[in-house]
Ligand binder design. Structure first.
Ligand code: HEC
Length: 214
């Protein structure tokens, strides 16, 4: 990974690193249209805001990464390499190695979002009404939940990284109540606003169809 120290940048360094910058750009994963609420926020919530991390508590180090305002404290719009929220990730400093790491697509998503102006956009996509497990439900879990519900770190003893684990949360009748953030359930995703209505509808339809592994 590239390391940039803007404080020590000189023309020489700029010239020397220019080809590397170009190279790193060519290896970025292409991410089409990026929506803050649907694409960027879930990465920070799931991968950075576990309890004891950047969730607004005592150990957040000034970064509450569960809201747009909190994330923007580490973002310079248009400038990913001057944004702590990106450089910490791209350099491999964050998340700590014991935590679930960001995928290349997630890193590229954050970078592209910052580059394009870091706006607080929501409801950018039309509702995707499919609800097959492989195409819709597991990707939703991967995006919003597995950072805190992985095999190695199953929050509340729910591992949502695979079909059996997700089904356990359904058969225990905990999944819907928690994502609808109803009283009597722990509100999920923990520490932030609910996932979109469209996502909740997809999960509901999948459960009503008998939660098939399709
Ligand atoms: C920031 C971390 C975090 C994220 C993100 C997160 N969870 Fe959780 N979740 C936890 C922790 C910790 C617990 C156990 C403590 C509790 O119940 O509050 C838990 C508990 C649960 C429970 C049991 C709740 C209950 O009332 O019995 C369910 C179901 C659940 N999570 C589902 C999800 C789903 C689905 C998502 C994604 C949409 C998600 N979680 C995202 C941390 C998280």
């Amino acid at each position: 990974m590239l390391k940039f120290r803007f404080a020590s940048i000189s023309i020489v360094v700029l010239l020397a690193t220019a080809p590397l910058v170009y190279q790193s750009c060519t290896y970025d994963v292409q991410v089409p249209s990026i929506c803050f609420q649907e694409d960027v926020l879930p990465i920070f919530v799931s991968k950075c805001a576990q309890s004891g991390c950047h969730n607004g508590g005592r150990k957040s180090e000034g970064y509450n990464l569960t809201t747009y305002e909190g994330i923007m404290k580490g973002v310079k719009a248009g400038k990913p390499f001057s944004s702590a929220c990106y450089t910490q990730i791209s350099s491999g400093s964050m998340p700590p190695s014991r935590s679930v790491q960001l995928t290349q697509v997630e890193k590229s998503t954050i970078k592209a979002w910052i580059k394009s102006g870091a706006e607080n956009t929501s409801n950018c996509n039309t509702c995707d009404s499919t609800y097959t497990y492989a195409a819709r439900i597991q990707p939703l879990m991967d995006k919003w939940c597995v950072g805190c519900h992985s095999t190695n770190n199953p929050g509340g003893s729910y591992d949502l990284s695979n079909y059996n684990g997700v089904v356990k949360s359904v058969t225990n009748a905990r999944l819907l109540g928690s994502i609808k953030q109803q009283s009597g359930y722990s509100a999920m995703p923990q520490g932030t606003s609910p996932i979109s209505d469209c996502d909740i509808i997809a999960v509901t339809k999948w459960i009503n169809a008998g939660h098939p592994n399709n």
